[in-house]
Design a binder for this molecule. Sequence first.
Ligand code: NCD
Length: 321
Amino acid sequence: MVDHLLGIEGLSKTEIHRYLDAAHSFVEVSERDIKKVPTLRGKTIIHVFFEPSTRTLSSFDIAGKRLSADTINISASSSSVKKGETLLDTVRTLESMNPDVLVIRHSESGAAHFAARNLTRSSVVNAGDGAHEHPTQALLDLLTLRQHFASSKRPIEGLRIGFVGDVRHSRVARSNIWAHIALGNEVRLIGPPTLVPMDFARAFNSPLVNVVHDLREGLRDLDVVVCLRMQLERQSEHFVPNLDEYSKEFCVSERLLREFAPSSVVLHPGPMNRGTEISGEVADGPRSLIHRQVNNGVAVRMAVLYLLARTLDPREEGSER
Ligand code: NCD
């Protein structure tokens, strides 16, 4: 059976921790002098990115290489997509070369699911589909929180977490929200009504998810603050009067954190717009876990590739999803 990672929605707490446990065991590989293990030798991974990426693509590529897989990267600007080829034809062509895993980023929600439905032999990993899901980003955020809170012996269950900014267009927020619901955490979505509509929260159908339109009130007593970039490329209309006005009301500053969420830590999936959604002082300050997130991106992607592409012992097969 070919397995995929298309989203966090529907994963149980146990399944989430299974990814995190595997990632935890891969963190150490990247700290070695020789950062390579033979685990996926002979496996082929194709990254096909129809949207720009710095962190996600480079960390998937590094992850595959550290596992000794052969990896190739295809970007929309250099592929036949430019010549009018459809997504279906592109992924079917790539599957004909027998890759074990196709890692896909696409601007359309559901693109990775569509690919998975139409492929028979390759596993598909969703590296971001429109404003829908970005599961490996949510997993690396969780790994970062698990490491941070382990130092004070706190589990990642029972946290109060807030997402600030353009929640409406954020696949990072969506994947994280599903994860925090599965973990039983209180989730606050903070931003102007245009970017954090009530319907958005209702779609999760969970009493754990609440909307707050005032930054100060939203930040109150949070353990974790996730700052989100304004996704201008997904905004078909004006959702805020202008970025200056927006940042006056919603930029997360150290002054506000000290007053309303003094013991909080801060995440940002990147790329950051300093001074718009996060101040430079917060991004570079002691509560920022942003570099840890990037660092953990490699271990999480190693874990996902490993769990999907390893050759299963036939006796293990039955116990897999
Ligand atoms: C995010 C994405 O692409 O969804 N970035 C990332 O993967 N690190 C968030 C963003 O683009 O703002």
